[in-house]
Design a protein around this ligand. Sequence first.
Ligand code: 9MR
Length: 744
Amino acid sequence: MKKVLIPTLLAVTLLGCTNGQNGKLSNQEMSPENAGMPLKYLASQINLGIGAAVETGHLKDPQFRAKLISEFSQITPENEMKFQYVHPEKDRFDFSKGDELVAFALENNMVVKGHALVWHIQNPSWLEDGNWSKAELMAILENHIKTVVSHYRGKVTYWDVVNEAFDDNGGFRDTIWYRTIGEEYIELAFRWAHEADPDAVLFYNDYSTEGMTSKSNAVYRYIKTLIEKGVPVQGVGTQLHLTAENPVSDSSVARNIERLDDLGLRIHFTEVDVRVRDQDGAAGLDNQAKRYESLAKLAAYYPEVDLFTTWGLSDKYSWIPGWFEGYGRALMFDKNYQQKPAYKAVQRVLTDAVKGASTYKPVTDLSNAKRFIQPFNAKELTSDKFDSAKVVYYPFAFNQLNQKNQTLSPEQRTSIDGKWGVAYHKNKLIGQVIRKDDVTVTNNAQAHENDNVEIFVRLGDKFWQFRSIVGQDFEPIDFPGKATGKWNKDGSTFDFTVEFNDYQDLVGETFGFNIALADNDGAGRDTQLYPLTGNNIGWQGEEFGELFMNGQNAVVSSEPVSIPPAFKAIKLPTAIKSAEEMTTGGYQYPFAFNQLNQNDMTVKNGDDILGNWKVGYYDNWLYGVVNRVDDVTVTSREAPYENDNIEVFVQQGDKPMNQFRSVVGQDFEQTGYSGRYEAHWNKEGTQLFFAIELDSSIKSGESISWNIALADNDDGKQRKYQLYPVAGSNISYLGEELTKLIAE
Ligand code: 9MR
């Protein structure tokens, strides 16, 4: 839905535009080269607030003060309402700085967003070192929240009640609050804040939550449960500390905004800044402007986004240089308060929106309509040194030499196991394979029959295969660039680089990609492991996955360069009622990718969770068998998805996606699905049989959209794994990132 433009209001504002201070625009602001309107006037026409994070000290700088008043309609205290400042001793509050900011804001008709009532950083030492019991800490938090919120009652419009409660994988962040009180501290914080000021609008705030990520999924799911319980949470803020060189996927941000809106929430862009590498000069500022532009477009497009707040005002005062070496210039005004390209870009977007001249519409169905899966991620490195902390590790999971059963048994996993990750710097792919093998064979006359690693890259209609036998560099091939491969002494680690002459920088590129780990234990090669299912025809340039060169904010190219991941269901001769009746043979696939961990999707060697699945069909019924090996089975969590369970995702044609969940030992939970469905476990919980009735009978060659997941919780608190047969970001429950299930 687009923001509505009210023409008369616009005309009045354009003619009689006033400066908050003296009612007139300054000459400088009116000068011809600077003819645009201040951001706050433009934004107010589309019901958007434009804000800045501010420290009281900055108000003494006359230029800062003037810009703040002329351009911004909202402020967030950058630090001075945090616990450490307002509550320095157990029985003493100090509101002096916060009060100064609030008085300034009110004098200048600005809205205040309080920041932040509960956080794990900037807490006073009396609090951190107190060794509190649960009851004591609850009393402290209640007193803190109620005192602070009551003090500002009627003056602070919005509050960041809880800040950064989730970790990057979507688990609860381990903080003094979580450790001592448990997850209910979140709910309590909102309830206490609401009691102290029922009119304040209460927000949850976090970073790396702008798009569809594990963390934003966790926030979405959790806030949804709070709303269902009647907890007074009205909005979600996403911080948006971005980098100029990594594009923001506006599709991804848009999809996240829309699902939060579906919960009836407001959305704020709370801490926008786009840091630029010092070495990147003017080009860096142009990239920065593009990031600001797409955020401004999103904020202008969605009525439910009502604040666009930058984390500071001028590059003169910003947290960035102190935290990120080699980066700075993150804001819309430079050190001399001059407008940067980012400012002009935002101003243009807002002007168009006010005039009704914008044709912008975010694409929100990219992953649904055009592709089936999030591809493999290659993150950007700051140098050409491999950095294990920065790559995403993926498993070698499918033995493509065995067409029908592509899984590895626990015994086979002891014989060969591996993971891989690829990152990039400039025009170079930089990757690593980690390999665990009991017997290494390298003396076979046929190169491919030896223990080796093969890397397949496709660009347009060209493809290259790079092979390295354990202990040796890549075999030479005709390739416009340079490839190097280096093994460590015991053959357990392989570091490689592939440099592309035709590129200066790979950022934003999508390559067709695959990688294989071959194992020969003396009796010929018996295993060739890939991260995808397939027919071992990578060497013919086929059946590739996709490798995306991106950073925190994944941008998906509009057209897929690979086939969608497809699994096969076998045709059964008759309807069946149990796992035993499932035909032997048929395609058996592993659960291999832990979508809960976006840094390492592999299952740790030695962790007792392993599973595989097989699907068959007869008439209009799908039948499945899941085998599961697990050392600890947890089924006591209140939220069913946090228990050990199997989830099956089925979407037929254009119909809505249906999710079927069976907690170990139990039937499928009830859903609104109109067909029949049932799940049966064996006594030990090691095998599940399920049957799902589809709309119409299945014909050979047809496919449905599909995914399947095995969740594992071992400590009774958090799920450790949610394993899928493909990489992804754990959003199949939203009908996204599905694969294809083809009826054979
Ligand atoms: O900008 C703030 C900086 O001055 C403080 O030293 C820092 C302390 O951790 O907090 C900064 O603000 C953070 C904000 O409160 C929450 N989101 C991340 C911000 C940047 O670190």
